[in-house]
Ligand binder design. Structure first.
Ligand code: ARG
Length: 490
């Protein structure tokens, strides 16, 4: 995983300058707990337990939730106004220390919550020790995660909208360009290149819709659930929810502290996006081969071979395809982590962040590369149209007979025989003279010539969702509208 952003604030040899207060604080460690222990945690456990390498990216969410909680404590009468103000101001100041990279970790720091509390207590002394009143890291961490997730969803929606837009631009630019459409990777029917490309854009539109649904569904506040039993100190959770931009509060504290379904859902959403990108990448890999030669990747998104000078490899697309395995393994990972944990919070849940942040980071990378690939690829109209072959007209010929009153099953059979005859003779179906065609069915007329025109055929597929231009233009309209709406939200 990439922790490079994090370097400089880890493994600090110098200790944080702060005023030690009472026995919970020394120059080398700060403990949120420990009153009942006579020995320090073993070094091996300390190292396993340390989640800072990944959860420190929650620092801002942790500060935001703590500021709101300080205000809630004041509203409930546990802090006076000046005290709450002092906590809020100092929490805000800590944000700058994080941004500057001047926060140093101590060997005893367990997680981002410990660090923020230690720093606050270091500045405000006993007052800082009051912030955790009625709060547990159990409701704190799940609140932080939900605050983080909101931003992650917004960013992912932004990236998705850019990829969809890149696809619609290429589709608009190449309206009317024909290509073979495939099923089972066998030539099937003629389609518009734009129709094919937009098929991928629509999958991504559904992914975006899934993320929006998740954002709305998970936007309920867990803070105020305490360790598991709730909050006995008159904390106004509805006020807290509004203050932090949640649309409601969780209804059961035991459920709230043990719930990571929203994290699983997010990783599922990331997995689905990555699967869709992988399928698009696979199509593009095939289309960029010399055998197909439908598209050419820009130099910036291709790689060479260290041995074969002529090679032009689609590494960008292979990395996109390969990454779907990585992201989907995170989905399996978090499900396995949750499975079998008893009710409420268990430390296993700490690993949710590794899976979640990793999925988000990797998906962001592949979305950006996909965006670049789509924007810069060269669409080779001539090669696509040269790849069309008359066998792909067979279905349209069957429809021709249907329009002349032949039942479809019979029409299918008749054209099947026409195709075999042409194959046996080593010619195209369009090479068979009308007289011979009429031996297969007397309804063949001279107007069959029109059905030999690929672009004419494509325009017949004008039911909603088909490959006719009227339908493709409508698809573009829908996607452009969607991208605009998404832009407003992201
Ligand atoms: N770092 C922990 C996590 O991410 C915070 C919650 C710890 N709670 C506890 N009771 N130990 O899950």
């Amino acid at each position: 995983m990439d922790y490079s952003w994090f370097e400089g604030i880890t493994n600090a040899s110098s200790v944080q300058t702060c005023t030690p207060t009472g026995s919970i604080m020394s120059q080398s460690s700060y403990k949120m707990w420990g009153g009942r222990f006579s020995e320090k945690p073993h070094e091996a456990l300390q190292s396993l337990n340390n989640s800072l390498p990944y959860d420190s990216r929650l620092y801002a969410d942790d500060l935001d939730a703590s500021k709101a909680y300080a205000e809630a404590l004041h509203r409930a009468g546990h802090l006076n106004e000046a005290e709450a103000d002092k906590l809020v101001k100092n929490l805000e100041l800590l944000r700058f220390d994080w941004i500057e990279g001047s926060v140093k970790f101590l060997p005893g720091d367990e997680d981002v919550h410990t660090v923020n509390e230690r720093l606050l207590v270091g500045i405000t002394g006993e007052l800082g020790q009051r912030l955790h009143t009625g709060r547990s890291r159990n409701d704190q961490v799940v609140t932080d995660m939900k605050l983080w997730l909101r931003k992650a969803i917004r960013e992912t929606l932004g990236r998705l909208s850019r990829v969809i837009e890149a696809a619609t631009r290429q589709a608009e630019l190449h309206l009317g360009v024909l290509m073979p459409g495939y099923t089972h990777l066998q030539r099937a029917q003629t389609v518009q290149f734009s129709h094919w490309l937009l098929s991928h854009a629509f999958a991504l539109r559904e992914d975006a819709q899934r993320l929006v649904q998740l954002r709305d569904r998970s936007n309920v506040l867990p803070l105020g659930s305490g360790a598991l039993a709730g909050n006995p100190l008159g904390i106004d959770r509805l006020w807290l929810a509004e203050r932090l931009g949640f649309s409601g509060v969780t209804a059961n504290s035991m459920h709230a502290v043990g719930d990571r379904d929203f994290v699983v859902d997010f990783i599922y959403c990331c997995s689905m996006v990555s699967l869709h990108l992988s399928r698009l990448a696979e199509d593009l890999i095939i289309y960029s081969t010399k055998e197909f030669d439908f598209i050419r990747l820009a130099d910036g998104f291709s790689s060479g071979s260290s041995l074969m000078p002529q090679k032009r490899n689609p590494d960008s697309l292979e990395l996109i395809r390969g990454m779907s395995g990585v992201i989907t393994s995170n989905l399996t990972g978090i499900m396995m982590t949750i499975k079998g944990t008893p009710s409420t919070y268990n430390k296993d849940l700490q690993f949710d962040k590794e899976y979640c942040f990793h999925s988000f980071d990797k998906l962001s990378q592949v979305l950006d590369v996909t965006d670049g690939v789509l924007q810069t690829m060269h669409v080779k109209q001539e090669s696509m149209e040269a790849a069309l072959s008359t066998d792909m007209l067979a279905t349209d010929w069957a429809y021709y007979l249907v329009k002349k009153g032949i039942p479809f099953r019979q029409a299918h059979h008749i054209i099947g025989r026409v195709v075999t005859e042409a194959e046996n003779r080593g010619v195209d179906i369009t090479d068979l003279p009308l007289g011979e065609l009429q031996a297969f069915s007397p309804v063949f007329g001279s107007d069959i010539v029109q059905v030999a025109d690929y672009s004419n055929n494509v325009q017949q597929y004008n039911a909603i969702g088909g490959t006719a231009s009227s339908s493709v233009v409508e698809q573009l309209r829908l996607l452009n509208k969607f991208v605009k709406e998404l832009r407003k939200q992201s």
